[in-house]
Design a protein around this ligand. Structure first.
Ligand SMILES: [Zn+2]
Length: 97
């Protein structure tokens, strides 16, 4: 099965910055879980005029992360609500959670 965001319309400018390390989904710069606060700021800025596009992009990352994390440790992975909040929930125009 291919990733839903394997060929996105545009890629956020995170390739050389606070990018995810797969399959464990932590920030390449050691900030902790990805998307880290810096990645969120970068992504939010890149999609400032297209928050729906940001949510769709992050839903693609959620899909990929869920697959990776369940393969790594199916008995001890974050629940669906936690993963949704981590990857997509913050994309709304509200304070970061
Ligand atoms: Zn980071």
């Amino acid at each position: 099965m291919s990733s839903p965001h394997a060929t996105p319309a545009r890629r956020p400018p995170i390739a050389v910055g606070h990018a995810p390390v797969r399959p464990i989904w932590v920030c390449r710069r050691g900030c902790g879980t990805w998307p880290c606060p810096s990645a969120r700021l970068t992504l939010r800025a890149a999609y400032d005029d297209d928050l729906v596009g940001l949510a769709v992009e992050m839903a693609g990352y959620l899909f990929d992360a869920t697959g990776d994390l369940v393969r790594l440790n199916p008995d001890d992975m974050p629940g669906p609500e936690a993963l949704f909040t981590r990857f997509v929930g913050w994309t709304r125009r509200t304070p970061f959670t």
